[in-house]
Design a protein. Structure first.
Length: 143
């Protein structure tokens, strides 16, 4: 059997960590994401890589941070009650454009992965500026 790439091993490790954090068996986990238990088992054993739709289903079913799942960075789970997920007001671009972006991002695994890859590149080059903007915005929102 061909040796798995390190990034694939890490993805499998994160999948197992998520499942264990939820205290679910492979069968239960698979049921929540609507795939067969044997198919999910083959993903966890490295026989098959999870397809985009499976990654999206995991994110949606368990509020998993896709950036964590794909890249291993950030929190394992997202908090859907966080204000970011409730409102788009306050963005510099038009609200309908933000809503359209979120719609595409929510339903297209390809968009999710491409946006996250692009975001990672931006963050690598502009992290200091972004963090200053975030700190200023958080400070303004305390009022």
């Amino acid at each position: 059997m061909k040796k798995m790439a390190k990034k694939d091993e890490e993805l499998i490790s994160r999948l197992k960590a998520i499942r264990h954090a939820l205290d679910l068996s492979q069968k239960e986990f698979a049921g929540h994401i609507k795939i067969s238990a044997p198919s999910y088992s083959e993903i966890e054993t490295g026989k098959y890589k999870p397809k985009f739709d499976v990654i999206q289903k995991i994110g949606k079913a368990f509020n998993v941070n896709l950036y964590y799942l794909v890249y291993g960075e950030g929190e394992m789970f997202i908090d859907p009650s966080h204000p970011f997920f409730k409102s788009t007001s306050g963005f510099l671009i038009k609200d309908d454009e933000v809503q359209k972006f979120f719609r595409y991002f929510e339903y297209s695994p390809m968009v999710q992965l491409m946006v996250l890859a692009h975001f990672r590149k931006i963050l690598n080059t502009e992290k200091d500026t972004i963090e200053k903007e975030m700190a200023a915005s958080l400070e303004n929102n305390k009022d």
